[in-house]
Design a protein around this ligand. Structure first.
Ligand SMILES: [Zn+2]
Length: 315
């Protein structure tokens, strides 16, 4: 109690002495968690209980606003989106019917850069690019908890042998499975080129993290030579065995973008190996484990930053 009283007195003292509010930080902005940031950003939106995916999934084009990633990867929207051109010298956007080839300018230029690197790899004409985001970001009617702010992209693990696929072919062909034994191992389709492309992506300072199946991370841990720091950005995750998912950091100067907690220090290889071990030898079920959380309903507008209402309604 004494300590608390003393602390309170110190705060009062600091508040009272010269310079006014500038001597006391107004808000611990750097310590704000993503949840806290979203609560602050959506505070004026509380009564809007409409289902967000129905609204964002129905808009066919971007806003003419300045580009801005608004909110968090899994709770946000996208102002002033740019379109990844359907075909470039070293890429093709796939599944055009989904209209999800939209992102921040940073994401579009990152993908173009990565595709140019991919095209230097034997057997790779470039990249087949899957879903980015919707024209105004936000939750989608199908798939993806994230991909909402224009900073996430799925890239196919199938090596493109040609980049003149028709629209119809881009709907019908599939990517290639790279995993066996439920993601514990890579299969015979996995190549050094895959690892080179993933390494190149992870070493890009724009990239925040990359998701891929655990067996692929373990393979990269075994094969990496020299600098291993980039491995920390390669995060094992279920699924992600026909594509990998690249997530960029918030663009510089984008004050509406909510930052994710940084990846843990270290290369993460032991963690990936434990994941693989648990796939091969699943641990016995813990009888005292709490029941799984019930599935949550769709994201409502009041869970998104209030700014997303303007993104939805803007020209
Ligand atoms: Zn994804």
């Amino acid at each position: 109690m004494i300590h608390r009283a003393a602390t309170a007195a110190l705060v009062l003292l600091l508040a009272a002495c010269g310079g006014g509010s500038s001597t006391i930080p107004a808000a611990p902005a750097l310590q704000e968690s993503p949840d806290q940031a979203l609560a602050r950003m959506s505070a004026s939106n509380a009564n809007d209980t409409r289902v967000a995916r129905s609204l964002f999934g129905a808009v066919s084009g971007p806003t003419s606003q300045a580009p801005e990633a608004v909110g968090f990867y899994s709770r946000g929207c996208l102002a002033g989106a740019q379109e990844l051109p359907e075909t470039g010298a070293t890429w093709q956007a796939m599944r055009l019917s989904r209209n999800r080839n939209w992102g921040t300018p940073e994401l579009i230029s990152f993908l173009q850069d990565l595709s140019r690197f991919a095209a230097t790899q034997p057997g790779w004409a470039g990249l087949y690019v899957g879903d980015l985001g919707q024209p105004r970001g936000g939750p989608a009617l199908t798939g993806h908890a994230s991909h909402q702010v224009g900073l996430d992209a799925d890239i196919w693990l199938r090596a493109p042998d040609r980049l003149n696929l028709s629209r119809a072919e881009r709907e019908s062909i599939s990517s290639t499975l790279m995993a066996r034994t439920s993601g514990a191992y890579t299969n015979a389709s996995w190549t050094p080129q895959h690892e080179a492309i993933l390494r190149h992506a992870a070493q890009d300072p724009r990239v925040e993290r990359i998701f891929i199946f655990p067996g692929a991370k373990v393979a990269m841990c075994a094969n990496a030579t020299g600098d291993r720091s980039w491995l920390s950005k390669i995060r094992p995750l279920g699924g992600h065995d026909t594509h990998f998912h690249v997530r960029l950091s918030c663009p510089a100067g984008d004050t509406s973008c909510v930052t994710q907690d940084p990846v843990p220090p270290g290369d993460g290889c032991a963690e990936a190996q434990r994941w693989v071990d648990n796939i091969i030898n699943p641990p016995p079920r813990d009888p005292n484990a709490p029941p799984p959380a019930p599935p949550r309903g769709p994201v409502l507008m009041n869970e998104l930053p209030a700014q997303c209402l303007a993104v939805l309604g803007s020209n």
